[in-house]
Design a protein. Sequence first.
Length: 173
Amino acid sequence: MIIGIGSKNPVKIAAVQAVVKQIWPDVEVVSFDAPSGVSEQPRSDEEAVQGCRNRAKFVLEDDPDVDIAIGHEAAVVEFEDRLYCTGWAVALDRFNKEGLGCGGKFPLPHVVAAEVKNGKELGPAMDGIQNDHNTKQKHGAVGFLTKGVIDRTSAVQREMTYALIPFISGEFY
């Protein structure tokens, strides 16, 4: 079995490998530089899910050997006058079986939310308060804000696991 992830981000690749190796030990994971077709910083759940689907479809179209393709997008969404960070994953096969998973939402600091509302992407805005760079490919906002209790890889793993449920327990779907 071959699973394709529509990203070259090492966090997302590690997350999908950790999840699928538990389910299918002999699986091969391949990564693709797949376009999302949405904003660089998705601003709604719907936009994030569309980006996930676009990435997964790209993988299936790009490589005929991939059995299941996974797309992932992080997004910032407004709820009760605050900005929250969330993430979505879509798993898709060639028979149009689809799984969709969301890992949850956490509030962004006001200073970061203000920068994002002014058009800055979440990753660089978080880099600024951490005095670091490219943290979205490391521990991410969640890792920094939880002081390591949850890192970005484990957050993405949950989203991907939820998206894979129809494939893990296919007899019920």
